[in-house]
Design a protein around this ligand. Structure first.
Ligand code: FAD
Ligand code: NAI
Length: 485
């Protein structure tokens, strides 16, 4: 690890990658020296490198803590633009920010461990971490001790135990999911174009089915439709007309979290675009080439497909499910995540906090909530450290901390509160919808530019913003790449 060289130290707790001045662009490529680990300080372990974890990292004052971050992927992923990567509107690397571009700008060295936390021992306060990447060294498993643990490892895709989903469907949560979808989509097209392919097989291969009419499913279907209209039609003129997109949703309508007007607007827009929505249709089984569904009339039918994208929401990751099972059942009774108190502390556990999609709260599992919770946790830990310092100073002066107004408990920061800024979703053909505070529900082309600018300004760094702008420009001029990786 790098050593602290006193006067050379140029501490800056926030990442310079957020700024846009030339000097700061230079700073972003030239990280400063950092304070070394201090074994007299407490160690905070953070699981994850997603919205919640990076939000904590951005604001946490590492002068007061040793920090270790554990995640199987060494980058932050801007998930709201992930559907655009499934068809090549954007390239994956444009929405990824390497974790070391963040950790190297903290005051104190942050240990980043690329590995999956397999289990948590709340008694011994240790994590069992495994390197599950392709390249594994002589040592692939390690026990990491912590004083405070922050569980921000998100959730995995819910399959509700429906047979065949894991084997045959593609998910859309991680960068590798988007890559797999893009490759499989091109494979379906080329296989359908194979000379002499029987007509029934061509229509199966060109049937793209999306299960789940939440925002993930809707945004993916929208991107796919754009790809069909703007690129596939030109490069595959013989088969493009046979391509079909179907969205299967178990409830009476798609996008249940959006306002009624916007649901109607989206369903009408999809109908015009010939994206078929099959509402009130529940998938019962997934086979290699067909889905088994229960239709609104209760009949069981099969739907042949070439590509199937499964987007039916979240469930707890195994490490979270195991922690839930190890805690008192009366306190931990949710399958979708860890139950926390109003300070995001895990109920029934000591020194463990959970946030984002790993927790089960009254808020929807969104990036917006996760990042706000991250900022809250960071401010709580910063306050806790300052209060500890004050307590020690008072003790050194021979004064009693209890007799002062210093509350050295983590709860001193007050409970977590959340102000919803609204929800946005892309619905295709350069149209978006927005549910905004104050009962404002808008949809259309103007909302699309609002959607684009909101996400552009929220991207992690100037580097990401430049790359995304470049990708949008590239797509407009040259179209999307149709090569199969
Ligand atoms: P994540 O961001 O998923 O991060 C979890 C992290 O934990 C990852 O780094 C992962 O690699 C790591 N991890 C996994 N397993 C382990 C383990 N065992 N040990 C350690 N680390 C582990 N929300 C919005 O508000 N607006 C949007 O427009 C929006 N669009 C979305 C589009 C898509 C396609 C998807 C999938 C989600 C979208 N969301 C959106 C939801 C949003 O992405 C999530 O709510 C958000 O990512 C949750 O943040 P998180 O930090 O809890 O989890
Ligand atoms: P979701 O939970 O929002 O929606 C899943 C949908 O799948 C539901 O409508 C459900 O009825 C349906 N479903 C479940 N089982 C089914 C079955 N067997 N057959 C057919 N349909 C079935 O999940 P999603 O879209 O993955 O989103 C997860 C979270 O991420 C949500 O909180 C969402 O708000 C957030 N998100 C937000 C976005 C945005 O704001 N633009 C974009 C993407 C995700």
């Amino acid at each position: 690890m790098q050593k602290y060289h006193g006067s050379e130290l140029n501490v800056n707790s926030s990442s310079p990658s957020h700024s846009s001045r030339p000097s700061e662009v230079f700073a972003a490529r030239n990280p400063p020296n950092q304070l070394p680990w201090d074994h007299t300080k407490k160690t905070v372990a953070i699981l994850g490198s997603g919205w919640a974890a990076t939000s904590i990292l951005k604001d946490l004052d590492t002068e007061h803590y040793n920090v270790v971050v554990v995640s199987p992927r060494n980058y932050f992923l801007f998930t709201p633009l992930l559907p655009s990567c499934t068809v090549g509107t954007l390239e994956l690397r444009s929405i990824m920010q390497p974790m070391r571009f963040i950790t190297r700008f903290k005051k104190r060295e942050v240990m980043f461990v690329e590995g999956e936390c397999r289990s948590i021992d709340p008694e011994k306060k240790t994590l069992q971490v495994e390197d599950n990447s392709e390249v594994v060294g002589a040592l692939s498993s390690q026990t990491i001790p912590y004083d405070y643990l922050i569980v921000a490892c998100g959730a995995e895709n819910a399959t509700f135990g429906i047979p065949g989903v894991k084997e045959h469907a593609c998910f859309l949560k991680e960068s590798w999911d988007a890559r797999k979808i893009r490759t499989r989509l091109m494979d379906c097209l080329e296989t359908a174009a194979f000379p002499g392919q029987p007509a029934s097989e061509v229509s199966r291969l060109l049937h793209m089915v999306v299960v789940g009419g939440g925002p993930t499913g809707v945004e993916y279907a929208a991107e796919l439709y754009d790809f069909l209209e703007e690129d596939i039609a030109a490069w595959y003129p013989d088969i493009a007309g046979k391509m079909k997109i179907t969205l299967v949703e178990a409830l009476p309508h798609v996008l249940p979290m959006f306002s009624k007007e916007l649901i109607t607007y989206t369903e009408k827009h999809f109908a015009e675009a010939k994206v078929e929505i099959q509402n009130n249709t529940r998938v019962k089984e997934v086979r290699q080439k067909e889905l088994v569904v229960q239709t609104p009339s209760g009949d069981i039918e099969t739907i042949p497909y070439g590509l199937l994208v499964w987007a039916t929401g979240n469930t707890a990751r195994p490490v979270v499910a195991n922690l839930i099972n190890s805690l008192p059942k009366t306190l931990q009774n949710q399958r979708r995540g860890l139950v926390v108190d109003e300070y995001l502390k895990v109920k029934g556990a000591d020194s463990i906090w959970a946030l984002g999609d790993a927790s089960a709260t009254k808020w929807a599992p969104t990036a917006q909530v996760a990042s706000k919770q991250g900022a809250y946790i960071a401010s709580m830990f910063n306050l806790l450290a300052r209060n500890e310092d004050d307590k020690q100073r008072l003790a050194a002066e021979g004064r009693d901390a209890a007799s002062t107004a210093i509350d050295a408990s983590p709860e001193a920061v007050g409970p977590f509160t959340y102000d919803h800024l609204g929800a946005l979703a892309y619905i295709g053909s350069d149209k978006a919808i927005a549910d905004l505070p104050g009962n404002v529900h808008v949809g259309g082309a103007l909302t699309f530019y609002f959607w684009r600018s909101a996400y552009l300004s929220n991207l992690f760094s100037l580097r990401n913003r430049v790359l995304v702008l470049f990708d949008w420009g590239k797509k407009s001029v040259f179209g999307r790449d149709i090569g199969r990786e």
